[in-house]
Ligand binder design. Structure first.
Ligand code: THU
Length: 131
C-alpha cells in the first residue's frame, strides 16, 4: 500500500465513526507524523454547536497523545464527491506542528485528490515572536 492509500483508508474509517448529527457532514482526517506513524480523527459535534471539533483537530490530538510532534502530511476527506479544504482554525492548528512544506491532501470519496503545501493554504501563519 502506498502512503497516500494508507492515509485515505484511515481517514475513511475514521469518517465512518464521525459524530455529526447536527451538520450531517461527516469528515475524516489522517496524518502521517514524521516518524511514519499514522493517526486518524473525525469530527465530534456537540448540542452546543461551537464546541464541535473538526476531524483534523482530532487527528492532531491523537498524534500528540501518542507522543509525536511533527506532521509530514495530512489528508482530509469530506462526506462525498466534494473535496473540502481544512477550515482556517485547523490550518493554524496544523501549522503548529508542521512546516510550510507539509502536504495537505484534500480527497473525495472516489480517491480523487488535490494536494497543496501548507504554505499555500496558510501563507502568513501566526507565530509567537513575529514573522
Ligand atoms: N469539519 C471538519 O471536521 N473539518 C473541516 O476541515 C471542515 C469542517 C466539520 C466541522 C463540522 O462538524 C462539520 O464539518 C460541518 O462544518
Amino acid at each position: 500500500m502506498n502512503g497516500f492509500d494508507e492515509l485515505f483508508i484511515r481517514a475513511k474509517a475514521a469518517r465512518a465513526r464521525a459524530y455529526a448529527p447536527y451538520s450531517r457532514f461527516p469528515v475524516g482526517a489522517a496524518l502521517r507524523a514524521e516518524s511514519g506513524a499514522v493517526f486518524a480523527g473525525c469530527n465530534v459535534e456537540n448540542a452546543a454547536y461551537p464546541l464541535g471539533v473538526c476531524a483534523e483537530t482530532s487527528a492532531i490530538s491523537a498524534m500528540i497523545a501518542a507522543g509525536e510532534r511533527r506532521i509530514a502530511e495530512i489528508l482530509v476527506l469530506g462526506p462525498g464527491a466534494e473535496r473540502i479544504a481544512p477550515c482556517g482554525a485547523c490550518r493554524q492548528r496544523i501549522a503548529e506542528f508542521a512546516g510550510p512544506g507539509a502536504r495537505v491532501h484534500m480527497a473525495d470519496d472516489s480517491g480523487q485528490v488535490e494536494t497543496l503545501r501548507l504554505s499555500e493554504l496558510l501563507p502568513r501563519v501566526f507565530t509567537l515572536g513575529g514573522g
